[in-house]
Design a protein around this ligand. Structure first.
Ligand code: GLA
Length: 390
């Protein structure tokens, strides 16, 4: 891969790349839509991700090319004109990172040429955009020798989403892509940013990723709407309770006070955030204890809550997860990521993966009319430098 990209870089830009890096994508085991509610998340980085090569220029010009968006051609811009530009499409993610890095680091004073290629399926809820953000941050850190640590790059990636792109995401995706570790998930407390690495040892079971292959639409506005509903629910609860986030509530305390939330819809949104947070803590204990049955039950309960209380699943994700839940050898299944489209995951016995794919494909084709895709991936490291092979 890297050898091919190096050769392409030379043809495309007529120069050698100086540095190269890889940033993974991610799955989230459990803890969905909790990261902007001060709750726990439990994601893991995956070997699918984004590769990038870059070389410094003598002038202020920037050129970027992605093999995933060939129709966009080479994007060209100047270092002092990095405002968001809808026409730059995918290029706004790297641009946003450079925009904020440049504000902080005067030594980022030259343009550059950049080539990237990702093998994360687009729009699959496996965080291809956070992968590009962290990749760009890491490439710039290496190229300009910037004194910036992983956590600062993570926060900057979230800022790109929130302020530059305009999607009010939490910090989960950038955090796991920045901090991921091979064969480990991270239990992250998004209120304090305290975290633990947890070995992803599932015994005879493996995680299967199932892609709806549905094109995402309006995901960003629905995402922002869910976040706003949680904020209103919190304000209603704060009339009586001294809390800073929904993540501080146990299910029991929530149930005693949920009538404070004015709208029935917002009650359900908050109920999901609170119950999902408890499930995530229990899933962490279950995985540590190698209690895979309990872990699987929690995955199923998470999906149901995301379907009924949070309403972010839809018929495609429901068909994948609910069919998978019935397949022999499957302990649990749920959607992963923001929802609406994208992927679900299943915890399946390693001898039953073929059966899972067969049964889910049949049911999905019958109901939805086209096929899902399946991936078996290993859990990998966070963003890292690669050696350029000439
Ligand atoms: C997206 C966001 C994350 C998180 C998930 C839902 O992936 O980027 O911050 O909110 O959705 O859990």
């Amino acid at each position: 891969m890297l050898q091919r990209l190096t050769a392409q870089f030379k043809t495309l830009f007529n120069t050698q790349p100086d540095v190269s890096a890889f940033a993974p994508g991610r799955i989230n085991l459990i803890g969905e839509h909790t990261d902007y509610n001060g709750g726990y998340v439990f994601p893991a980085a995956i070997e699918l991700g984004t590769y990038g090569l870059v070389s410094k220029r003598d002038d202020q010009h920037i050129r970027m090319y992605s093999n995933n968006f060939e129709q966009q051609g080479v994007l060209e811009m100047e270092l002092d004109a990095l405002d968001y530009d809808a026409q730059h499409d995918w290029g706004n993610y790297p641009k946003g990172m450079v925009y904020y890095l440049k504000q902080q680091f005067p030594e980022l004073d030259h343009g550059f040429d950049m080539l990237i290629e990702g093998n994360i399926p687009n729009g699959a809820s496996l965080s291809s955009s956070a992968s590009i953000e962290l990749l760009t941050g890491w490439l710039m850190k290496s190229l300009f020798e910037l004194d910036i640590d992983r956590l600062s790059l993570i926060k900057m990636g979230q800022r790109v989403e929130n302020q530059y792109i305009g999607v009010n995401t939490g910090i989960m995706d950038q955090f796991i892509i920045g901090m991921g570790k091979q064969d480990h998930a991270i239990l992250l407390d998004t209120a304090s940013l305290n975290y633990h690495y947890v070995p992803t040892e599932f015994g005879d079971y493996v995680i299967s990723i199932m892609n709806t292959n549905k094109r995402r639409s309006l995901t960003e506005s629905k995402y922002n709407e869910r976040r706003a509903q949680c904020e209103v629910a919190l304000e209603d609860l704060q009339q009586q309770l001294n809390i800073q986030s929904l993540g501080e509530l146990s299910v029991a305390l929530f149930e005693q006070n949920e009538q404070l939330i004015q709208s029935e819809v917002n009650q359900r949104r908050a109920r999901h955030a609170v119950s999902e947070n408890e499930r995530t803590k229990r899933a962490y204990e279950a995985l540590k204890a190698h209690d895979f049955d309990t872990f699987g039950e929690l995955l199923n309960a998470s999906h149901q809550s995301l379907k009924e209380d949070y309403e972010v699943t839809g018929i495609e994700l429901d068909t994948l997860a609910e069919t998978a839940q019935q397949v022999p050898g499957v302990l649990g299944a749920r959607m992963t990521g923001a929802g609406f489209a994208g992927c679900a995951i299943a915890l399946v016995h390693k001898d039953h993966t073929a059966q899972l794919e067969k049964e889910v494909t049949e049911a999905y084709q019958n109901k939805i009319g086209y096929s899902p895709s399946f991936y078996h991936v290993t859990i990998s490291d966070g963003v890292k430098s690669l050696d350029i092979e000439q």
